[in-house]
Ligand binder design. Structure first.
Ligand code: NDP
Ligand code: HSE
Length: 436
């Protein structure tokens, strides 16, 4: 059988990894796909470097338009990133009847509905395994492996850069900026690393997983996003003393009122497997009603791990390219006419537990005032830690863990606690998930 012909847009970290792995494992990959998969054209702004990387084995151009309109190309891989030229080229590729493979979660989280609709109308596939958790086949697991289940929640460490930063800061006592630079050097970080550290990249990924898990349209604009830049070392230490680790989690949860879609630093019991995921590794926990909890772990970033997912999509498309579009796996797991409009809940309506840290005057009655406010707000305390004040200090830290309650109750209680004359500054709140 003739090879299936592929055009590659962008030969940076992931593009180069894809080219290398496809070459190295061509024999096995073809044996699985049923025919050879051949990259015949590469577009990259840096034509010289692209020529070096491809060893003269395919045509190299600087203009991606030549790839997406080329009559011989069956599949276009988009590995440029961002929403600009990448979106134009993906839409053009679809309009030209090409299947598309992309690792671009930003593009799909923001413009996914439009892109999937265009692909559906044209009868082509847009595959995006690499867009979530790098080399972990989580899209395949959610969309196909768990298809019997009513998914109840998904929670994941889905940004390698921030997990790497949190791990290195805790283990080696390195400072934030140094570790971020190292993550950039290793190719984990996005072109704009604020997407990583502010939680935006994780929000892109959990948005896509929420759509697949619950059959809802892609709604990145409704995700609540908090990164790790405001996280304080002291909270990491106190959390450890209470038996918890702090991780940046992406959470999508079905509730009777709607869907929670959120990214924020989260306390997790240290004994959970996912709490022990370190470095740039990713892990995703999925809870389905039939299967219970399942955990997926692996490298979430880097050239070859991400290439592994890109090539898995190439193989899937190669196998299905000639199948009737009606009989392919739907882009978002549910048939396009069977999606639902369950609302995404505002943050005030979510329910979880909380870690609260406050600095208070070391005098009688302070604790009673704080606990009275919490009780009046319907919040019960699960655990408490009161630090001995340093010698001659007049203030001390109180740390409380609450039972599950609605976010709006906690926000209202914090506002009252902060007005107490004995409480210094603001109350620091971090959400806590048992993930049991
Ligand atoms: P890189 O920045 O390393 O690579 C992007 C490549 O695209 C560069 O070679 C760049 O050239 C080229 N490029 C930029 N603009 C154009 C254009 N107009 N036409 C053709 N080529 C262009 O990014 P990554 O490989 O790290 O990421 C690619 C995608 O994969 C992104 O969407 C990213 O979010 C995603 N991803 C990345 C992972 C990773 O571990 N790195 C993991 C999972 C997903 P030049 O350098 O000259 O600008
Ligand atoms: N910047 C991303 C991360 C790359 O650090 O996880 C993988 O999507």
């Amino acid at each position: 059988m003739k090879p299936i012909k592929v055009g590659l847009l962008g030969i940076g970290t992931v593009g180069a990894g894809t080219f290398t792995v496809l070459q190295r494992n061509q024999a096995e990959i073809s044996a699985r796909a049923g025919r050879a998969i051949q990259i015949v054209m590469v577009a990259d702004l840096n034509v010289e470097r692209a020529r070096e990387l491809t060893h003269g084995e395919c045509e190299v151009v600087s203009d991606g338009n030549l790839v997406v309109t080329h009559p011989d190309i069956d599949i276009v891989i988009e590995l440029i990133g961002g929403y600009g030229i990448a979106k134009d080229l993906v839409m053009k590729a679809i309009a030209n009847g090409k299947h598309v493979v992309t690792a671009n979660k930003a593009l799909l989280a923001v413009h996914g509905n439009e892109i999937f609709k265009a692909a559906q109308d044209k009868g082509v596939i847009v595959a995006f395994e690499a867009a979530v958790a790098g080399g972990i086949p989580i899209i395949k697991a959610l969309r196909e492996g768990l298809t019997a289940n009513r998914i109840q929640w998904v929670a994941g460490i889905i940004n390698g850069t921030t997990n790497f930063i949190l791990s290195e800061m805790r283990d080696k006592g390195l400072d934030f900026a140094t570790v971020l630079q190292e993550a950039q050097r290793l190719g984990y970080a996005e072109a704009d690393p604020t997407f990583d550290i502010e939680g935006v990249d994780a929000a892109h990924k959990i948005t896509l997983m929420a759509s697949i898990a619950f059959g809802i349209p892609v709604q990145f604009d409704k995700a609540h996003i908090e990164g790790i830049t405001k996280l304080q070392a002291i909270d990491i230490r106190y959390a450890e003393q209470l038996g918890y680790r702090i991780k940046l989690l992406g959470i999508a949860k079905r509730t009777p009122q709607g869907i929670e879609l959120r990214v924020h630093p989260t306390l997790i019991p240290a004994k959970r497997l996912i709490a022990n995921v370190e470095g740039a590794m990713n892990a995703v926990l999925v809870h389905g009603d039939a299967v219970g909890a399942t955990l997926y772990y692996g490298k979430g970033a880097g050239a070859e791990p991400t290439a592994s997912a890109v090539i898995a999509d190439l193989v899937d498309i190669t196998r299905l390219a000639n199948a009737d579009p009606q009989h392919r796996v739907p882009h978002l797991a549910f048939q396009a006419d069977a999606m639902n409009d369950t609302p995404i809940l505002p943050m005030s309506e979510i329910t979880t537990s909380y870690y609260l840290r406050m600095q208070v005057a070391d005098q009688p009655g302070v604790l009673a005032d704080v606990t009275r406010i919490l009780a009046d707000s319907g919040i019960s305390i699960d655990a408490m830690l009161q630090k001995e004040p340093a010698e001659e200090a007049t203030q001390t830290d109180i740390i409380m863990l609450t039972h599950r309650t609605q976010e709006k109750n906690v926000v209202a209680a914090i506002a009252k606690i902060e007005q107490l004359p004995t409480v210094v500054g603001s109350v620091n709140k971090i959400r806590l998930e048992e993930l049991s």
